[in-house]
Design a protein around this ligand. Structure first.
Ligand SMILES: Cc1ncc(COP(=O)(O)O)c(C=O)c1O
Length: 386
């Protein structure tokens, strides 16, 4: 079976992990510092705090900020973490509809939905393609709300040449197993705001002002530390950071392969009226995390079954989060999401895939229409192009 996602890890990651095991620093140690510095250098972020997940980075971003208001606005087409971090911090969740052809938060829908009760807006750069982040930041700041970019899918991407994560007030990355840069589990919070950064750093380490590793770096090891604030055990460890260092080196080559696969898919799907890839915008770079297409909703689940019969995995990213039982009281007015989510299908994407595997996916999907005439997916009203 060709899986929907597969981590691309090998000898360089093993070498880094071995090094961590040999030095004995397998918890919070020197490789975490090195990973933060390298991430900051490579993507031009002023402050980087490595965490043990994208969820904890998002949670910290709220905890470390001074917010006013009672609600946090998010798009519904996302992983549940984007929603839960609002609840962890006692904010109401407000849902903002998405653009039908990118699944990113729609600035027009945000303009309609935002109020002076909005404390923060969390746009998700869906599938690795940056949202219209300039417009989102303008709207949010006009309402005294901060913007926390959910960059879980979008490591190393840019919007008008600016690094993603640095355009809003805070950016949060995920390095979970399937992400385009993985540390097994892990994440990072980035910001230009030194106060937020130092508060987030402190809170990520249980409020302890100096870690064992920092104290051991001094001329004489000192047992003394202070707990300055309520904190959380959210920091990254050296085994993950080592993997991350190897992945940072390999990211350009992995990105090139993901782009080649996306191009191969697009070239073939141009010949199929009923398979519509999401729109790639030309003022952004793309991390190619999920390869999502739209197909007619009445065929979507049959296509998934057909692919499975051909040993090709497929999935749906995402059923709108508010449809899960835990959000049973939520019934937002998001007409684009309601239509488009039934059309979306995620195809396999990994920089490990061979040309043969890519051809197998393409042939499997193309063979679905054997003998049938299939209409294009229903159009969803599109606002003027950005
Ligand atoms: C959009 C989005 N936000 C947040 C997260 C949370 O990241 P993590 O799984 O590292 O906690 C994910 C991850 O999987 C995600 O897809």
């Amino acid at each position: 079976m060709i899986p929907v996602a597969k981590p691309d890890v090998g000898d360089r990651e093993l070498k880094q992990i071995k090094e961590a095991l040999e030095t004995g620093w397998i918890g919070l140690g020197p490789k975490v510092d090195e990973f933060e510095s390298e991430f900051s250098r490579q993507f031009n972020h002023e402050q980087v705090i490595a965490t043990n997940s994208g969820t904890s980075a998002l949670d910290l971003s709220i905890k470390a900020s001074e917010l006013s208001g009672s609600e946090i606005l998010i798009p519904p087409v996302t992983w549940v973490s984007t929603a839960f971090v609002a609840w962890y911090n006692n904010y109401e969740i407000g849902w903002v509809d998405v653009e039908p052809d990118t699944l990113n938060m729609s600035p027009d829908a945000l303009q309609e939905r935002i109020t002076h009760e909005t404390a923060a807006v969390i746009p998700v750069h869906y599938g690795g393609q940056p949202s219209e982040i300039d417009a989102i930041v303008d709207i949010a700041h006009n309402h005294d709300a901060i913007v926390i970019e959910d960059c879980a899918h979008a490591v190393g991407t840019t919007f008008h040449d600016k690094p993603i994560g640095s355009i809003g007030d805070i950016g949060c990355f995920s390095f979970q197993a399937t992400k385009p840069l993985t540390t097994g589990e892990g994440g990072a919070l980035v910001t230009d705001d030194e106060d937020v950064a130092s508060q987030a750093r402190l809170m990520s380490k249980l409020g302890v002002n100096q870690s064992t590793h920092e104290r051991s770096e001094e001329e004489r090891y000192s047992w003394y530390y202070e707990v300055k604030d309520v904190g959380y055990k959210y920091f990254m460890h050296d085994i993950s950071a080592g993997m991350g260092l190897a992945q940072l080196e390999r990211l350009p080559e992995m990105r090139t392969r993901r782009n080649e696969i996306a191009d191969a898919y697009r070239d073939r799907f141009e010949e199929l009226d009923w398979v519509i890839p999401l729109r790639d915008k030309d003022h952004v770079t793309h991390a190619r995390y999920n390869y999502t297409v739209r197909v007619p909703s009445e065929h979507r689940d049959h296509i998934i079954q057909h692919l499975e019969e051909h040993d090709v995995g497929a999935s749906v990213h995402y059923m709108p989060v508010y449809k899960h039982p835990v959000f049973e009281d939520h019934n937002p007015d998001v007409p684009v999401t309601e239509t488009v989510w039934e059309q979306i299908l995620t195809l396999p994407m990994s920089s490990t895939f061979t040309d043969e595997e890519v051809a197998t996916v393409i042939d499997a999907i193309a063979s679905y229409d054997d003998g049938q005439s299939i209409n294009a997916p229903e159009q969803v009203s599109v606002k003027p192009e950005n």
